[in-house]
Design a protein around this ligand. Sequence first.
Ligand code: S3P
Length: 434
Amino acid sequence: MAERRFEPSGPVRGEYVPPADKSISHRAALLAAMCDEPVAIRNYLDAADTRSTLEALERLGAGVERRDGELLVRGVGLRGALETTGGLLDVGNSGTLMRMLPGWLAGQPGRSWRIDGDESIRRRPVDRIARPLAAMGAEIEMRAGRFPPFMVTGGRLHGIRYELPIASAQVKSCVLIAGLLAEGATEVVEPVPSRDHTERFLARAGVPFTKDGHALRVCPVDELELETVEVPGDPSSAAFMVAAAILVPGSRLVVRGVGLNWTRCGFFAIAERMGAVLVGEREAAGAFAADEPIGELDVAAGPLEGTTVGPDEVPLAIDELPLVALLGAFAEGETVVRGAGELRVKESDRIAAVCSNLRALGADIEELPDGFVVRGSGAPLRGGVVDAHGDHRLAMLGAVAGLASREGVVVRGIEAAAVSYPDFVADLASLCGR
Ligand code: S3P
């Protein structure tokens, strides 16, 4: 495990283009593999998680070529001859791959695959996808009835109406993808909106798709067709640099080419409510081929006040809630996050791990079953030692905390950042003028 020390920093300054969006990269590759014609993907994220997706798709018979800086995916078709019946598909650390891929496999009658991943993935529940897929006609066998490794055996699927018990874009995407292969319409009802990248892709790929309030409906298709996809910058990765710019006095950062899909921008809205100076400007709609809005963010450091984040806002900022805790520790007053029990089943138990890490740096933070309460005095954290718990977002959180702290932070397990952001440490150093 690699240890790295992040010293208190001078202002974070300059222009910054974040790495490609992880969620959109996974979906671009998966849906491209389901097409009959080759699909070019520009700016595909090169990180551990999105490499796991390409490897799994290659094992299923898709071709993946890298040329002139873009990726060309030669798909096998929606009902294609998925090659490796009986084979093992290794999802590595990727929960998104683990939950979305079975949607496709479930609709391949009589074929079976075993899905497994790393130590963290083995702690993450898959019954949430097994329930709807079984109701549609597939067979899923899980370890201890709930966890990976698990077997997916495809069946002749039929459409269902499925009310998601939790807001989860991964589960929603899984059921919608299975719906492409089912007889009749499939309807998914979300309790509150979550990221909608899959829906945007499906609409682009010519799938009969409708949305009525929180109910999404797909009908089966014979084939998928996608034009070149260009992946925008990842707002979740950018959020770490944005947080650093908000917290380190004198900072001014311009973020370019960042995805500004509203279902991903909850953190920016929360930070603004806390008093951060953050001006967003969208580029012309449709500038990116995934029909995702992109734009620019202009961020400056300033004093913060505590805020309350409620359940409706949670899915829109789900991966950035650790950063909300960090801002809360530097803000004046109380910052409360509730309705975020899902954080306990992410790459780590992010409620327990964020609370113990920030406490180790001097924060007054209380763990709740479904969130946390942080009490700040408006003063910076002291600093200390944190453990990434093998979780990329916690590794990056520790680094940002170090920059803004009084005495610096040592991050144990900084290498975890490579899951979504391999150049994180170098990018951070260059923005701090190091
Ligand atoms: C993701 C959805 C979220 C998020 C994850 C990526 C996606 O998970 O936490 O990092 O790409 O669909 P849930 O949908 O399970 O909340």
